[in-house]
Write a protein that binds this ligand. Structure first.
Ligand code: GLN
Length: 553
């Protein structure tokens, strides 16, 4: 079968759930037996979000192959349960870099390089290569931004051309918009959607389907009106009412028959009946009252929760699986430095220090690790959170508060965390960290191996600094267990404290591999330890949704 393409555009305003819509429809199609992949097109000129501040962009999501990508790829992977590749995130910066590189080599033989056809051809090449790189039969392509933005025009023009190149029967446009609610008259308004569809039409794209996000129920009259003005079938107007529970979205879209409509348009038949048993159970679990466990998340971008998207999701996956609810106390590490919020951290059932860069708030995070160690509060340190756990432990055992990572103090007498040897010659900041999937051998008899129940794991990385092996012996003698090592034994990947209920730090980012129905083992063990701390009984359920066993600890 020729590869089918679904293009998602956004109208009216951004942040209406285009990414989640794409992810959820991806799941609906996978449930019907199709291989799907999702590609995000980002209109900015950065080559990737790896060098962007989380304030600008939220979390950087890392893939197996080390690509640093948009956080929407995290939604796609979690909803569809796929592993994506670097071809699944394209930015304007990548497109121009490629075309300009060719121009400098003389590949265009004296031609004038223009947006159409040179930039659009490169965009089309990158879209059509997804199917080859991932063996997807249906490729879902999400265009970042909102129709009407100047910067996304070349992307939209490329999609318009692709419809001609690939054929109408192989392409489908879904426009995701927003219905504002006017409180005074109690009405939902369709006019902005009509305008954004008109705008899309003016560049030659007629959407096949309109997904209209709304905070209020959408009645028949509104649907009919949208169908009429946007020139789509009534069946192809899909209201998407805001849901407290993100994971309810695929079920909501399933109920609206969106997958049937898509397959019909493509002339395809479902290969299997979707099985939502497990997913429904998960959603029901979210809505059930569950005992709450409090986790203090100590970071430096906490006012922007998107900066820790996968960490937050991983905590929720673990909690759902254990039949409890996680309440996150978002703690700004600089507040801890100013003597504020320490009581909240001390009272938490678990403390999590996520990844990060740069020196702001570092001492606050170290204080969080100290609070966890001395108060025997379960602790999970991710990347920087692991490095600072080591710094804190070294300061304690060496009795010397100058121990540090050379990222924050180049001249520290005790550089317990230091730049990786192969990083010394690097001058470019973009895409040059130790990135992507690497194996890690787990050491017997550790909390870590008990959590994973495996001897070797593969996890995603993103760092330049590492545990300094010169301190391995002395810190191990003082009670820091090295529980995960690179297979050559050179790189410390996981540490844990011997004399502590659960204090674990990982050099990698386990949060990128957690799934709603398959929580990451370390997150699960951490939340379980936090529940034990709080005296909360957990009820873990098996992923197959059949067996349920109570944990009587
Ligand atoms: N800044 C640290 C490093 O580069 C930690 C990175 C991270 O937390 N992702 O090693």
């Amino acid at each position: 079968m020729p590869t089918k393409y679904i293009f998602y555009t956004g109208g009216v305003v951004s942040s209406v759930g285009k990414g989640v819509t794409a992810a959820a429809t991806g799941r609906l199609l996978k449930e019907r037996g199709f291989n799907v992949a999702v590609q995000k097109l980002d209109p900015y000129i950065n080559v990737d979000p790896g060098t962007m501040s989380p304030y600008q962009h939220g979390e950087v999501f890392v893939l197996d192959d080390g690509a640093e990508t948009d956080l929407d790829l995290g939604h796609y992977e979690r909803f569809i349960d796929v592993r994506l590749s670097k071809v699944c995130n394209m930015t304007t910066g990548q497109v121009y870099a490629e075309v300009i590189g060719k121009e400098r080599r003389g590949d265009f033989l004296g031609g004038t390089i223009q947006v159409i056809p040179h930039i659009t051809n490169e965009i089309k090449r990158r879209i059509t290569q997804v199917a080859k790189a991932t063996s997807a039969e249906i490729v879902l392509v999400e265009v970042g931004g909102t129709v009407g933005d100047i910067e996304s025009l070349p992307f939209l023009e490329s999609l318009r051309q692709l419809r001609g190149d690939l054929g109408r029967e192989n392409t489908l446009f879904i426009h995701v918009t927003w219905l504002p609610y006017i409180g005074a008259t109690g009405e939902l308004k369709t006019k902005p959607t009509q305008h954004s569809v008109a705008e899309l039409r003016s560049i030659g794209i007629n959407p096949d389907m309109v997904v209209a996000r709304s905070d209020y129920p959408v009645d028949r009259a509104i649907i009919d009106k949208l169908a009429l003005f946007c020139d789509v079938d009534k069946r192809a107007v899909v209201p998407m009412v805001t849901s407290k529970n993100l994971y309810a979205v695929p079920l909501m879209l399933e109920e609206k028959g969106i997958a049937e409509y898509i397959l019909e348009k493509f002339g395809l038949e479902a290969r299997k009946k979707p099985d939502w048993t497990e997913w429904k159970r998960l959603v029901a679990q979210v809505d059930k009252p569950r005992p709450s466990v409090r986790i203090a998340l100590v970071g430096k971008y906490v006012e922007l929760h998107d900066a820790y998207m996968s960490v937050r999701e991983s905590l929720h996956h673990a909690a759902l699986n254990l039949g409890v609810n996680v309440e996150i106390d978002w703690i700004h590490s600089t507040d801890l430095e100013r003597g504020k919020m320490l009581d909240v951290v001390q009272k938490a059932d678990g403390i999590l220090v996520p990844g990060g860069f740069g020196s702001r708030g570092i001492e606050g995070k170290i204080l969080a690790a100290r609070t966890a160690r001395t108060g025997k509060i379960p602790y999970l340190g991710l990347c920087l959170g692991m490095q600072l756990m080591v710094v804190e432990f070294a300061r304690h055992t060496l009795g010397d508060e100058t121990a540090n990572s050379t990222e924050f103090d180049r001249t520290t007498p005790h550089p317990v965390i230091d730049l990786m040897p192969d990083q010394h010659e690097i001058t470019d900041m973009g895409g040059t960290m130790r990135l992507g999937l690497y194996p890690c051998d787990l050491q017997p008899g550790t909390l870590t191996v008990a959590a994973y129940q495996q001897n070797q794991v593969q996890e995603r990385h993103r760092h330049r600094f590492e545990f300094n092996n010169a301190y391995r012996e002395s810190l191990a003698a003082a009670g820091l267990r090295i529980s995960g090592l690179s297979p050559d034994g050179r790189l410390v990947e996981i540490v844990e404290l011997a004399d502590h209920p659960f204090m674990v730090g990982t050099q990698f980012h386990p949060e990128f591999l957690s799934r709603p129905n398959r929580p990451h083992p370390l997150f699960k063990a951490f939340v379980q330890a936090a529940c034990d701390q709080a005296g909360i009984k957990t009820h873990p359920f098996e992923a197959n949704g059949v067996k349920e066993k109570a944990n009587n600890k």
